[in-house]
Design a protein around this ligand. Structure first.
Ligand code: F6P
Length: 308
């Protein structure tokens, strides 16, 4: 997100506009923690994760009274447009602001990569790479000790991170919410890998899957003998949201942040600027709010063949 903050700030200043930082997302709009942003204030942040502006979940913003307060605060600063960098919750909020007449442009940022209007959101590539590094590292012990490992990664209700990291990491099984499989199905895949003489088995589980790590471990405890491999679990949790962003994420965030400013400069708003087929594309926020985009479960069949 920091690369996007930098791109919006410098893009706006480059056009001779003033730029402001809203601290802690919509909570800061309500609390009026808004301050001018200069070019130097966004220096040295492109390589850092998270957001220097701070972030917060803000249920009050879903209420018309909360948004009315936010609009009063924006007006008191003479701010006439807003760029909202965030995922589904943030863009549902920006759609509400747009509906109420305030010029807003959304920039998609969520590791879950489940937003409509963009093929890829800021943060997803970094989260995939962190998950992949964990898979690669676990494979060392898995292969040396002939064990199975189940790795749980984030994604809320979307299996995108697990699917991509699972394919890149050569996982034996990938469990995602878009293709619900049972613990006994996963266990059978692990057992089949054992019977085929594999030295290890790696299972990648998206946190929203019906077969979560707890369900899998319960099944394993009751069926150890039949599974063959010793099975261990690693839950990555918020680890996948930390650390330095990948080059792909920095470039994406810079392109989208700059595009958000260009969109406003062209007099357009009420849009999410995303990347579709590697081109900047704007989609009405009204079409995006409340919708999610599933991971492409068709890729699971390819992953299955690769794991034979
Ligand atoms: O939406 C991004 C995300 O990291 C999800 O993958 C995860 O389920 C959720 O946020 C975690 O939210 P919190 O940090 O509020 O627990």
């Amino acid at each position: 997100m920091n690369a996007a903050v930098r791109a919006v700030t410098r893009g706006a200043l480059g056009k001779g506009w003033e730029a402001f930082a809203v601290r802690n997302g919509y909570a800061g709009l309500l609390a009026n923690t808004i301050e001018p942003l200069m070019a130097r204030a966004v220096g040295g942040i492109v390589q850092t994760g998270g957001t220097v502006l701070g972030s917060a979940r803000c249920p009050e913003f879903a209420q018309p009274s909360g948004r009315a307060q936010a609009l009063r605060n924006l007006a008191s600063r003479g701010i006439d447009a807003l760029v909202v960098i965030g995922g589904n919750g943030s863009q549902t909020g920006s759609a509400s602001l747009a509906r109420e007449g305030f010029p807003v442009v959304g920039v998609p940022s969520t590791i879950d990569n489940d937003l409509h209007g963009t093929d890829v959101s800021i943060g997803a590539d970094t989260a995939i790479n962190i998950t992949l590094e964990a898979i690669d590292r676990l494979r060392t012990t898995a292969s040396s000790h002939q064990r199975a490992f189940a790795v749980e990664t984030m994604g809320r209700d979307c299996g995108y991170i697990a699917l991509m990291a699972g394919i890149a990491g050569g996982a034996e099984v990938i469990a995602i919410p878009e293709n619900q499989i049972t613990p006994s199905f996963v266990a059978e895949k692990i057992a089949a890998a054992y019977r085929r003489g594999k030295t290890h088995a790696l299972v990648v589980i998206a946190e929203g899957s019906k077969c979560g790590v707890n369900e899998l471990m319960q099944h394993y405890e009751a069926n150890k003998e039949a599974i063959g491999f010793d099975l261990r679990v690693t839950r990555l949790g918020h680890v996948v949201r930390g650390g330095a962003p990948t080059a792909a994420d920095r470039v994406l965030a810079t392109r989208l942040g700059a595009a958000a400013v260009d969109t406003l400069a062209a007099g357009k708003h009420g849009l999410l600027v995303g990347l579709l087929r590697n081109e900047i594309a704007a989609t009405p926020l009204a079409e995006i709010a409340g919708r999610t985009r599933p991971a492409d479960a068709k890729l699971l069949e390819m992953a299955r063949v690769m794991a034979i």
